[in-house]
Design a protein around this ligand. Structure first.
Ligand SMILES: O=P(O)(O)OC[C@H]1O[C@H](OP(=O)(O)OP(=O)(O)O)[C@H](O)[C@@H]1O
Ligand code: HPA
Ligand SMILES: [Mg+2]
Length: 158
């Protein structure tokens, strides 16, 4: 069966990331933010701006090739952040929780936040904003572009 899609625009991503920043504010301050590249980079930048945090660390974990899941691979481990105490980890979403489990093993004491969460990944995340069903693929603005779509009447006639 073709996957369902949930399209996120830049504007929506900005608003949802700001909503996450509001929720995280009461738990702070944080020593710094660990962005999980690449998907966590833009939410992390928005949250860092709102929390007035200028220390940003990155971790690169590669789990997917487009929509196909593989074995998680740590392409870049954190340089600072120790065991994660006082640090905030930010990613765009948790899906199966595979990436989250790897980052939690690296930084067990950090607070882990994502903008979006699917049910299977929910137990691995401390704070998130919007839940999306497991059979839905989230289309982020950096993976899409606006294009011509035929009128409904024309596509329905085919
Ligand atoms: O909960 P999971 O099933 O692990 O899925 C979530 C992870 O998958 C995506 O990253 P991806 O591996 O596609 O790399 P990217 O961020 O560089 O696009 C997404 O950005 C999360 O990091
Ligand atoms: O639903 C998703 N959208 C984009 N990237 C992802 N990586 C895992 N799940 C997803
Ligand atoms: Mg990612």
């Amino acid at each position: 069966m073709a996957p369902r899609y949930y399209t996120v625009t830049w504007d929506q991503l900005h608003r949802d990331s700001k909503a996450l920043a509001w929720r995280l504010l009461e738990r702070g301050p944080y020593k710094g933010i660990v962005a999980i590249t690449r998907g966590g980079l833009i939410p992390a930048a928005i949250i860092a701006r709102e929390l007035d945090c200028r220390l940003i660390e990155s971790v690169s974990i590669v789990t997917y090739d487009e929509e196909k899941r593989g074995q998680p691979h740590v392409a870049k481990a954190p340089d600072a952040a120790g065991d994660g105490a006082g640090w905030l980890i930010v990613d765009d979403l948790v899906d199966t929780g595979t990436t989250a489990r790897v980052i939690r093993a690296l930084l067990p004491k950090a607070h882990f936040a994502t903008v979006y969460a699917k049910p299977a990944g929910k137990p691995t995340v401390d704070t998130f904003i919007t839940e999306v069903s497991q059979d839905t693929w989230i289309l982020f603005p950096w993976d899409t572009e606006p294009q011509f779509i035929a009128p409904i009447a024309r596509s329905a006639a085919q």
